[in-house]
Design a protein around this ligand. Structure first.
Ligand code: NI
Length: 392
């Protein structure tokens, strides 16, 4: 297998697609132009079965070689972020305050690139190319699942560009890859009084202070120290005057975990400790835990197939360990809760380039990562289909 399965014409088509998407970024659930542009690109690649799903998403079906062979899905997310671009790229965003700062322009384009390769050289079974909207708000994956576009899918693959890794390096490994992203909102109800007469009050500020410290013991004392986890209080609001004890204090925060068990432990402990600390201060607590995305946990078989795909396309040296787990979230996790699969990290740092973090106004993936991602994902689909039927 050559490093470039793509002809020069293919590369021009995909590179123009990527640059066009980058120039015209659209926020979550507003990917109307993006949807239309991707539809056109898929048609240009010889893909004819295309359906609009989940409002601004698409699913394209590429027939397989063997009837009854397992169905594999490949997902690329397509939305942008409310950030003002500062990359200085020649195809910089023309939409003020909106930017592809997370590389979804490349993810969408590599999904189209994989479709092109699979239309030419099909997998054993059908492959569904999922162009998913609204990843940044954590809603798109659930909407795609609800649309039924993934019914009957046996394995799913997706990937993210990552400038911590050089172009040509890929992470494809079993187990936790990214964290869950739940949030909480707490209101402590006390009794207000004059600041000089605390004995007449139930002080929510002192209660909140103790609660913030108590919440830090969840990760340090309750969670297995070998597991990553985060409990962060991100906001606290109480009181308006120096000589008044207020009635209430409000806190919000986020909880990150990398397994479903530790996710339950952390959120349950936030609720339990809040009520317990509130009670010791004669306060009443209201706690709301808002479920975000689950942790991204790659399945063993799919991860092995993905690693094989990387090996086939790029050689044995390309496969890199993730290193420390990313405590950010990724809504691909919703798929992995229902379908076995693997989420990969595709190196996107050019030679001599910096490790620019995603969501920075200066973030951009090197364009070669587009072709690497497309080839690796297409190969994932081929191997997964064959492996699952035992024909490889
Ligand atoms: Ni992203």
């Amino acid at each position: 297998m050559s490093v470039f399965e793509f002809s020069e014409d293919d590369r021009r088509l995909l590179s123009e697609l990527r640059r066009d998407l980058h120039r015209h970024p659209e926020l979550s659930w507003k990917e109307m132009r993006t949807q239309e542009r991707l539809e056109r690109a898929l048609l240009e690649c010889g893909v004819t079965s295309i359906e609009r799903v989940a409002k601004t998403g698409l699913v394209a079906r590429i027939p397989g070689r063997t009837a009854g062979a397992p169905v594999v899905a490949l997902r690329g997310d397509i939305d942008a972020l409310p950030i003002t671009e500062a990359t200085g790229l020649e195809f910089t965003s023309v939409h003020d305050g909106v930017m592809h700062a997370c590389g979804h322009d490349v993810h969408a384009s590599w999904a189209v690139g994989a479709a092109l390769l699979l239309a030419r050289n099909p997998a054993a079974g059908e492959v569904r190319i999922i162009l998913q909207p609204a990843e940044e708000v954590g809603e798109g994956a659930a909407a795609v699942l609800a649309s039924g576009a993934l019914d009957g899918v046996h394995v799913i693959f997706g990937a993210h560009v990552d400038r911590r890794f050089a172009v040509g390096e890929v992470v494809a490994q079993e187990g936790p890859l990214a964290a869950s992203t739940d949030t909480f909102a707490i209101t402590l109800h006390g009794a207000g009084a004059h600041g000089a007469r605390p004995q007449e009050a139930a002080d929510p500020i002192v209660g909140a202070a103790e609660l913030i410290l108590a919440l830090q013991t969840i990760v340090s004392r309750r969670l297995d120290p070998a597991l990553p986890g985060v409990v962060t209080v991100g906001s606290i609001h109480a009181g308006r005057a120096s000589n008044v004890i207020p009635e209430t204090a409000e806190l919000t925060g986020t909880v990150r975990a990398t397994t479903s068990e530790s996710r339950v432990l952390l959120t349950t402990e936030v609720v339990r400790l809040t009520h317990a600390v509130a009670a010791t201060h004669r306060l009443r607590a209201e706690v709301a835990v808002n479920e975000g995305t689950p942790p991204v946990v790659n399945s063993p078989d799919a991860s092995r197939w993905a690693a094989q795909a990387v090996h086939d396309i790029l050689g044995p040296a390309a496969l890199k360990p993730l290193g420390t787990t990313n405590m950010g979230g990724e809504d691909f996790a919703f798929y992995l809760e229902q379908i076995p699969g693997c989420f990969l990290r595709i190196g996107a740092r050019e030679t001599g380039g910096d490790r620019i973090a995603a969501h920075s106004p200066r973030f951009y993936p090197d364009e070669v990562s587009l072709f690497v991602g497309a080839m690796v994902l297409a190969q994932c689909a081929r191997i997964a289909g064959n492996q699952a039927t035992g024909t490889r």
